[in-house]
Design a binder for this molecule. Structure first.
Ligand code: M6R
Length: 612
């Protein structure tokens, strides 16, 4: 949700913090702030409601703020409305401690009452302010900020990544984490903390991941880490080989468009290294064929678009493996007493690897004895590290809040895994295996042909952008794909949109179809194309305005009943959503563009959802 960054070194801290926050802004963007310790050991705090640019203007790019150590924050509000006072950093009563925080302190009210009873005066409505106030309270008692920090961590409950500066300790700052991401960056004569690597790669590629319960003391000469028992920890260092340009727009007007166009390459990186001479090989997978043979049930758990990938996975994996597959929203999973034991395989899907609900579902499944394989994009993220096995989607950094290339690579990887398992179990014929593998390898190229001509989509977006309600309908894989098309459209264009299994319309929802209602009808899934046609005719009879999506094979037939038809190349039926999703992403993008929406940073959203 929120993004945090910290710096100590020879350079002026403020401009570095602002640049870091610019890269983290996708994580939350309702307010931002920085705190820098001056050479005279005075805390300088600047924060403001609104986008980072408001803060940048306020502090004139940071140059007038002198100091070599500081922390910064970009916020997605949880406790207290977005305003200047509730923005981070939060400062303790006597101004000795400043804190930035990502996460939620669950017992903040109880601590607040305790501190108020001690005469502490609070300024904000946030949970985070209790961290600053409690730290100062403990520091007043022990005069050792590290000791105060450990006492604080014993007292607070919830999820947090924390960056803390103390004016009595002008050469170092402290960081801690539990259930929220935090990276340590090792530079030449400087050190950093950040919520993710995008904020660091302009300065260093040498990073380590702070683990739950660990505390880091960050100085310009290095970083020391201790665990929950205050014992020293030797952190494993990782080299980040992402290109800086991967996290920049590179000439595109929006990250979302850039990321849509990056999909063919991202797919090649995800698929090709795992297919050798027509055979799928997951060299990184520890899960053995024997263990696979013991699996009686598969759960796929995820949120949002990752869940939609899982919905396609349910259809495809069940068909390929003949094992019951259930796809469950991660936010529901842990509260539904799931039927999980040692014979259960749980597939966890997450772009960020930090989604709190998904993480909680993973832990629940693990505690009940399941084997966990996660499909994750962010290397070293919490979900990746807590899984028994992790398969990475090599999509590179995804910055736009609306996911595109992560969705596509997750889907490709899940299909690849399903097919690999089916081959191990002998539930797929050699002919079908070969046919799917062959088609999978051609998906990136076919996607390029769709991307080569976006004009029809721009025209259709111009035609439809004024609609205020849209239905996506389809059956089977088309229904699962419709869920994603609908989410894409609503989250960035703010048009009300719903996805329905076409066969279900007549059980209630068809009463909402009136003359002029826009229905996006998906007729991509070959085996059910005739049924898709019937549903088009059914809603057309109620006056719906139809935008149909089908494949080259069925285009002529679809055009007989409706005028606006988008066409994608044919592929194997199980893979068709991989191509069908591209026009839906582009449609959402161009509609949002027509409506003047803030495409990369839609209202009320954040890229990484680290609160429940
Ligand atoms: O990082 P994750 O894949 O775990 O995120 C899950 C959802 O928050 C995410 O897919 C969200 O629905 C997308 N931003 C929608 O485009």
């Amino acid at each position: 949700m929120c993004g945090i960054v910290g710096y100590v070194g020879a350079e002026q801290a403020a401009p570095i913090l602002l640049d870091g926050l610019a890269r983290l802004e996708y994580r939350g963007y309702d307010s931002a702030g920085i705190a820098v310790v001056s050479p005279e050991h005075v805390l300088q705090v600047k924060k403001s409601k609104g986008r980072l640019q408001v803060l940048r203007d306020l502090v004139e790019g940071g140059k007038p703020i002198e100091g070599h150590l500081g922390i910064g924050h970009t916020r997605w509000a949880t406790h207290g409305e977005p305003n200047d006072v509730n923005s981070h950093p939060h400062v303790s009563q006597n101004g000795r401690v400043a804190v930035v925080h990502n996460g939620i302190i669950e017992n903040y009210l109880e601590i607040k009452e305790f501190l108020q009873a001690q005469g502490v005066h609070f300024r904000s409505e946030t949970d985070t302010e209790v961290v600053a106030q409690l730290l100062e309270y403990y520091f007043n008692d022990c005069s050792d900020i590290l000791d105060a920090m450990y006492r604080l961590l014993d007292r607070i409950e919830g999820a947090y990544a924390l960056g803390v500066i103390c004016t009595d300790e002008p050469d170092r700052f402290i960081a801690a984490r539990k259930d929220a991401p935090l990276l340590l960056g090792y530079g030449e004569g400087c050190s950093f903390i950040a919520s993710d690597v995008t904020a660091l790669i302009a300065h260093t590629r040498d990073v380590a991941y702070l683990d739950d319960g660990e505390v880091a003391i960050v100085t310009k000469d290095g970083i020391t880490v201790t665990d929950a028992l205050r014992q020293p920890v030797e952190k494993e260092r990782h080299f980040i080989d992402w290109d800086v340009s991967a996290a920049e727009k590179g000439g595109y007007p929006h990250f979302m468009l850039k990321e849509i166009f990056e999909q063919p390459e991202a797919l090649r990186k995800t698929i090709f290294p795992r297919v050798h001479a027509g055979r799928i090989a997951f060299e990184e997978l520890k899960f053995s064929p024997d263990a696979l043979r013991r699996v009686r049930r598969i759960y796929i758990v995820a949120c949002g678009s990752s869940y939609h990938v899982g919905m396609i996975g349910k259809y495809n994996l069940e068909r390929l493996l003949r094992i019951p597959v259930e796809t469950v929203l991660a936010s529901e999973f842990r509260y539904c007493d799931p039927l999980v034991d040692e014979t259960t395989l749980v597939l966890v899907i997450s772009q960020s690897g930090e989604t709190l609900d998904t993480m909680a579902a993973l832990r629940e499944a693990k505690a009940r004895g399941a084997y966990i394989i996660s499909i994750v994009n962010v290397v070293g993220s919490s979900i990746a590290r807590e899984s028994d096995d992790v398969l990475y989607t090599w999509a590179g950094p995804e910055i736009a809040v609306a996911t595109t290339k992560a969705y596509s690579t997750q889907l490709a990887l899940l299909n690849l895994l399903g097919l690999y398992f089916a081959d191990e179990l002998g539930t797929v014929t050699q002919t079908e295996y070969d046919a799917i593998v062959e088609q999978l390898l051609t998906v990136p190229g076919k996607m390029e042909t769709i991307l080569a001509d976006t004009e029809p989509l721009q025209c259709l977006a111009a035609h439809y952008f004024n609609h205020d309600s849209v239905f996506f309908i389809g059956r089977n894989l088309d229904y699962a794909l419709g869920l994603e098309g609908s989410l894409k459209l609503k989250e960035i264009s703010y048009i009300h949109s719903e996805a329905y299994a076409s066969g279900e319309l007549k059980h209630g929802t068809i009463s909402l179809i009136v003359p002029g209602t826009l229905v996006v009808a998906l007729g991509l899934y070959g085996p059910l194309f005739d049924k898709a046609m019937s549903n088009v005719i059914e809603v057309q009879a109620r006056g719906a305005d139809i935008l149909a999506l089908t494949t080259e094979r069925h285009a002529a037939e679809m055009r007989k009943v409706t005028e606006h038809v988008l066409v994608v190349p044919d592929t194997h039926a199980l893979l068709q959503p991989s191509l069908g999703v591209v026009p839906l992403q582009l449609f959402a993008y161009y509609v949002a563009l027509q409506r003047g929406c803030d495409i990369d940073k839609p209202r009320n959203l954040a890229k990484s959802v680290t609160v429940e």
